[in-house]
Design a protein around this ligand. Structure first.
Ligand SMILES: Cc1cc2nc3c(=O)[nH]c(=O)nc-3n(C[C@H](O)[C@H](O)[C@H](O)COP(=O)(O)OP(=O)(O)OC[C@H]3O[C@@H](n4cnc5c(N)ncnc54)[C@H](O)[C@@H]3O)c2cc1C
Length: 393
């Protein structure tokens, strides 16, 4: 049992065990990318640090970490290994959806206790063949099982992408409320490993984010009815899933960009050492990049401050929806721009796949950002919102 409730949340990322996880993540990052394999050593190290329970409220044995602490941890992990950072972020997003919308249910309280004790890893199945990345639509539906007087439910979902689906312990899935419900009338259902069968559909051999191991799966599951959160998914999406996702993902992308910037800075420093007294020409580009990085960092940090300062009702407003979508669009584009800038600084040394100045993995990982919920979809949503809402920020 990890004594998390006694741990002061602010000290989590400063702990020796988390520091060890960072070292392990960076040590295996190249191999995880080359082999497109799950970063098992880093995730085990996070388990050893108790980190999979950080977002769980203290009353259930977790550390009760806020989005600021989770974002800080995500950033540091993603600087070392973007896939590990993304897996940590996605898991914490699922925890937040549960913890903020479970009400007073005993079942969910016990489940969160298990997450902390057993360091269970939770994956997410929102995307689906037929609706693409529109999280607010589902085709698969929750249906009553024939036996047990309706206490049990079943579903089958063709999920187009589930990160670490094969390595996770449990899964949170969006589904239509019942077989007659509209596509947007959704619930969020948690299924334990032993309650489901995941059949892989395709492989995950991608440009970047290779360690997230995110192929499609057909999910067939059977669960107790109480494993569906009692609040409509529309509310969970607006108040928690979308803000947590866009904020934590942005920290992953900032982490990727920060590592690229650091590589570029190291490159320029080495050049400067070789030509003492002369500022290397690439230093100018580095300075430009530094100014852009400051803007990127400020954007991402501001999103955390706004989230922490806001009342819950704010998250359902049109203004917040526009702003949180803008964060995702801007951060996903900034990540690629920063990596490209770092590549220009490092030149051929950055173009090589290996070596301390290589920007290849950063750039490939960063390209996933615009696709994780297609930016065009978010632009389409914002375009509609902006026709009726005046957003000044
Ligand atoms: C690294 C990574 C990990 C992921 N992990 C998970 C996971 O764990 N669980 C999960 O459920 N999903 C996951 N996803 C899926 C992701 O969140 C999106 O659902 C998915 O990337 C969308 O796939 P798509 O681009 O094929 O589909 P779509 O969103 O349908 O987009 C296809 C194309 O259509 C365009 N398009 C679509 N709709 C519109 C619109 N309304 N207006 C304008 N253009 C539009 C897009 O620009 C795009 O070019 C992951 C994705 C990545 C890259």
């Amino acid at each position: 049992m990890i004594p998390q409730a006694e741990t002061i949340a602010a000290e989590l990322t400063a702990s020796e065990a988390f520091g060890e996880a960072l070292k392990i993540a960076v040590h295996h990052a190249g191999e995880v990318d080359r082999e497109a394999r799950f970063p098992s050593q880093a995730i085990e190290a996070l388990r050893a640090a108790g980190a999979l329970g950080w977002g769980v409220p203290r009353e259930f044995g977790g550390a009760g970490a806020g989005i600021d602490q989770l974002a800080g941890a995500t950033l540091e992990l993603a600087r070392r290994c973007a896939s590990t950072g993304m897996i940590f972020a996605m898991h914490q997003i699922q925890i937040a959806c549960i913890a903020r919308h479970m009400g007073s249910s005993m079942w969910w309280g016990e489940y969160l206790g298990r997450v902390v004790r057993e360091q269970r890893l939770i994956a997410s199945a929102t995307s689906e063949s037929g609706v693409g990345g529109d999280v607010r639509k589902s085709i698969a539906a929750l249906a009553p099982a024939e036996e047990n007087g309706g206490a049990m439910v079943v579903f089958e979902k063709k999920a187009s992408t589930i990160s670490y689906g094969a390595q996770s312990d449990d899964l949170l899935t969006t589904l239509r409320h019942n077989p007659n419900a509209e596509q947007s009338d959704q619930v969020l259902v948690l299924t334990l490993g032993e309650q489901m069968e995941l059949t892989p559909a395709g492989e995950w051999d991608t440009l970047g984010m290779r360690g997230t191991c995110s192929p499609g799966f057909t999910v067939r599951a059977r669960a107790n009815r109480e494993q569906a959160l009692g609040v409509p998914f529309a509310t969970i999406a607006a108040e928690t899933m979308v803000p947590y996702s866009h904020i934590l993902w942005s920290h992953v992308w900032l982490g990727i960009a920060s590592d690229a910037f650091q590589r570029a800075q190291n490159f320029v420093r080495e050049q400067a050492r070789r030509t003492a007294g002369v500022t290397p020409p690439a230093a100018l580009r580095l300075s430009e990049l530094s100014a852009k990085m400051a803007g990127f960092r400020a954007l991402v940090e501001e999103s955390v401050k706004e989230f922490l300062a806001a009342e819950r009702s704010t998250f359902s407003t049109m203004g917040y929806a526009v702003r949180i979508n803008n964060l995702k669009i801007a951060a996903s584009e900034a990540a690629v721009e920063m990596c490209q800038g770092a590549l220009r600084v490092c030149g051929l040394a950055g173009y090589g796949n290996n070596g301390p100045f290589s920007i290849g993995r950063n750039l490939r990982d960063a390209y996933s950002a615009a696709l994780m919920i297609a930016n065009d979809r978010l632009h389409a949503t914002n375009a509609a919102l902006l026709t009726v809402h005046r957003e000044a920020r």
